[in-house]
Design a binder for this molecule. Structure first.
Ligand code: FAD
Ligand code: NAI
Length: 463
């Protein structure tokens, strides 16, 4: 039966879905995108990447000015933070970008179907009471906050990431449950603005999944900045009493319980795929044990004509991974060859300094065979030292026999930008020698990457 309403219907307009829809339309396919939010852009633009970076930027400016970091350059004065104005800046940043996606939809002739989408068959979806039939359906419904059993988020004193972005006052004591990316980024925002921050982490180190040395080094740097930690600790209860919150914790391995008094609590223990209410059974789709939708490398699910991308499928829950999958799935639907190299997906924590990595950790690489590791401290990088940013390092991990770069990890103020160079080098199959003999502009933080690669070769200049 050929009377489809659309060639492609994308469910969800996050970075995965909106990119897939635009690319499909660019490729000449009749495309619609169903989104239940009032604005496009998904978690990332509305309550994730963008608003968090707005607050990270504002709070960094404040800390630099108010905490005397600029005094050595003669910049002094009285600096105040007006939280409502800062929050207005965040809202404006989000509005500008979500409207931008709306403009791109119009420009590319993508139809936005407003409302919640639910499968009624393998090629039919109900969107707010309207039946839509599409030849291809892309599930890009993203993820939402994992709740902590027994803890009720009220978005006032006990908040998740969305509530933590919208606070109208600086907490006196913020307890962060979960020492992952959200806990450290949003913990940094409120610490810089004056909050005491305590991170309670179940594991014995922060930032799971990252290179072990980078995790330990980050921990030291955050401690120096004033973060307090309770590692290897689990939360067993969170009780709000008026404007105060009592957090009960105990050692993860068992032992005596203790309480922490807080003004606010942020629950940031991970995110889980959005699949509830999608009517997946009507499409004939099943979830894996983690509640994700499995696909092949082309992003095809087990049901012909149904595809899935982004946070709802396995892999890191990152906007750029979702975007690349969005492009690839549209190209595959159009009969082209869309590929995402899941071995080379950079990850960045946007704290100060930034923490970034791509490829294998040293532990993973060592388990796979013989390796060489080169490191370069930012303290020995002329630009970082001049700017007063000595914390951190760059680490290059290469195969001992072939010299091919297997992983790059770094902590420094520009790591989020610098990691793109590492990803590109790895995508092109670079050796550490290739990087060591590539001319890098001076004076730049990026020279630390070159010197770390020279260290793999055993001959850095500046250490
Ligand atoms: P989403 O962005 O979650 O979008 C899915 C969309 O689908 C949503 O808008 C939802 O309303 C819609 N939807 C769901 N079900 C339906 C339905 N049945 N019908 C219609 N619409 C539906 N990642 C980074 O790479 N960098 C960062 O700096 C970063 N910062 C973050 C900060 C925070 C605080 C958070 C929470 C996340 C952050 N992330 C970051 C993660 C990033 O936001 C996600 O990885 C990314 O948004 C996933 O994109 P997606 O398209 O798969 O899904
Ligand atoms: P996360 O997975 O990064 O960290 C969660 C942490 O909570 C882990 O360290 C885990 O061990 C800990 N934890 C789990 N249960 C716990 C418990 N009961 N008590 C104490 N600790 C517990 O998840 P997070 O920070 O919530 O972020 C969710 C996702 O959002 C991330 O996976 C990331 O992909 C994405 N994100 C990405 C950002 C970026 O790219 N800069 C920024 C923010 C979010």
């Amino acid at each position: 039966m050929a009377d489809y309403d659309y060639d492609v219907l994308v469910i969800g307009a996050g970075p995965g879905g909106y990119v897939a829809a635009i690319r499909a339309a660019q490729l000449g396919l009749r495309t619609a995108c169903a989104e239940s939010r009032e604005t496009l852009g998904g978690t990332c633009l509305n309550v994730g990447c963008i608003p968090s970076k707005a607050l990270l930027h504002a709070s960094e400016l404040f800390e630099e000015a108010a905490h005397g970091h600029m005094a050595k350059w003669g910049i002094t004065g009285q600096f105040n933070i007006d939280i409502p104005t800062m929050q207005k800046g965040r809202v404006e940043a989000v509005e500008g970008l979500t409207k931008g996606i709306e403009f791109l939809f119009k420009k590319n002739k993508v139809t936005w179907l407003k409302g919640l989408a639910k499968f009624t068959g393998a090629d039919t979806v109900d969107v707010a009471g309207q039946a839509v039939r599409a030849k291809n359906i892309v599930i890009a419904t993203g993820s939402s906050v994992t709740p902590l059993p027994g803890v009720t988020v009220d978005q006032e004193r006990i908040v998740d990431s969305t509530g933590a972005l919208e606070l109208g006052e600086v907490p006196s004591h913020l307890v962060v449950i979960g020492g992952g990316v959200i806990g450290l980024e949003l913990g940094s925002v409120w610490r810089r603005l004056g909050a005491q921050v305590t991170v309670v982490e179940y594991l014995d180190q922060i930032l799971p999944g990252m290179d072990e040395e980078i995790r330990k080094e980050s921990n030291k740097i955050f401690k120096k900045q004033g973060f307090a930690y309770k590692l290897g600790t689990k939360v067993t209860g969170v009780q709000r009493n008026g404007d105060a919150v009592t957090v009960t914790v105990e050692p993860a391995k068992g032992g005596a319980a203790e309480t922490i008094e807080a003004s606010h609590v942020l629950v940031s223990i991970g995110r889980r795929p959005n699949t509830g209410g999608l009517g997946l059974e009507a499409a004939g789709l099943q979830l894996n044990a983690k509640g994700q939708i499995e696909t092949d490398h082309s992003f095809r699910t087990s049901v012909p004509g149904v595809w899935a991308i982004g946070d709802v499928i396995p892999g890191p829950m990152l906007a750029h991974k979702a975007e690349d999958e969005g492009i690839a799935v549209a190209e595959n639907i159009a009969g082209l060859t869309g590929i995402v190299n899941h071995n080379i997906i950079p990850s960045v924590v946007y704290t100060t300094p930034e923490i970034a990595g791509v490829g294998l950790t040293e532990e993973q690489a060592r388990a796979g065979g013989e390796i060489k590791v080169g490191k370069f401290p930012m303290m020995a990088n002329s630009r970082a030292k001049t700017n007063g940013e000595p914390d951190g390092l760059v680490k290059v991990i290469a195969d001992a026999k072939t010299d091919r770069v297997l992983g790059v990890w770094m902590i420094n103020n520009l790591a989020g930008t610098m990691i793109a160079q590492a990803a590109q080098a790895m995508e092109f199959g670079a050796t550490s020698e290739d990087i060591a003999y590539t001319c890098h502009a001076h004076p730049t933080h990026a020279e630390a990457f070159k010197e770390a690669a020279m260290a793999v070769q055993g001959k850095p200049i500046h250490i």
